[in-house]
Design a protein around this ligand. Sequence first.
Ligand SMILES: NC(=O)c1ccc[n+]([C@@H]2O[C@H](COP(=O)([O-])OP(=O)(O)OC[C@H]3O[C@@H](n4cnc5c(N)ncnc54)[C@H](O)[C@@H]3O)[C@@H](O)[C@H]2O)c1
Length: 352
Amino acid sequence: MNKITVKASQSYDVLIGSGLLSRAEEYIVPVLKSSRAVIVSDDNVFPLYGETLKDRLTGAGFTVNEFVFPHGEQSKSHEVLLNLYGFLAANNITRSDAIIALGGGVTGDLAGFAAATYLRGIRYVQVPTSLLAQIDSSVGGKTAVDIPAGKNLVGAFKQPRLVLADIDTLNTLPDAFFSDGMGEAVKYGMIRSKELFDMIAAGNIREHLEEMIVKCVDIKRDVVENDEFDKGLRMTLNFGHTLGHAIEKTQNFCGLSHGNAVAVGMYLITTAAEKNGLINGNISGELKDCLEVNGLPYSVDIPPEKLFRNSVNDKKRFSDDINIIICKTIGNADIVKMPINDFGKLVKTLER
Ligand SMILES: NC(=O)c1ccc[n+]([C@@H]2O[C@H](COP(=O)([O-])OP(=O)(O)OC[C@H]3O[C@@H](n4cnc5c(N)ncnc54)[C@H](O)[C@@H]3O)[C@@H](O)[C@H]2O)c1
């Protein structure tokens, strides 16, 4: 088992390894205040792992209730959130009690936001079961729900008390969601670690999964410790996301999945930066090979002009400038602030 300690406004351990769920009480009980908890999970994940977690905690003297909601992004909504608040109240959950988020990023974000806001904040533990949640969303304390105007527009920073990432749970994760997580893993390599990038680019990543997850979490830890509230460095985690979001939006969120759209977004922004002399060398070539080896896409049939238009009302834009993340070498990311018009010109060079 690997342990990474995140030193944020609330410090906590991220435990990564095999067989952790079947000893969950050993890790969870010490970080909670009372012996009462609500497991929040979706209807795919709870049937797979919910009873094990519940049994371990009840065996340790806990009273445990479960709130299970329909899987999918559409559940990261105020409707489901209100039902969850109602469930917590009906079960007399007090400020001493806790929420345990068991599932992917949707579960973590929803349960985390409930934990941040119910009774002005109660403890919560993340038990991430998707690759994306294990390497990204469960660490760092960003919680949110979606509203009709956009994804993650209502949220809070709320660090968990513990992250328990049992890599065995990834055995049941459908390939499409595994691939989604890999898009984000490539991103970590691009922005912070040539060593991680090379490991992913070599292929057969399932043979080095634990090592890859540990490296990704360690990068996220470092970024969060240096910029918990997303004022600077944390923006580098958005590499590939501006054009990635534009792809998702252009396809009405029914086309490429998020991680796949980020993969294309990383390749497109790197190619555009090379074409405009912002990068020397053939970074895009190495990135393309890495994406291909891992079954990730690097192109999409959308005119660059349309991508540009759909990227400029991204919430990461401030005033008339836009912050773009560019990797001039593999393992190093720069935040480049440029006027929106210049960004438009940059993206449109992808036409040629
Ligand atoms: N808070 C953050 O910092 C942060 C960062 C990145 C992404 N996110 C959010 O994360 C969400 C996406 O996360 P996700 O891809 O994990 O989505 P998800 O939670 O919907 O999980 C993906 C699918 O896999 C299923 N699943 C999860 N674990 C499984 C397992 N072990 N076995 C079988 N099925 C399993 C789920 O039921 C779901 O159908 C988005 O809402 C995104 O906004 C948050």
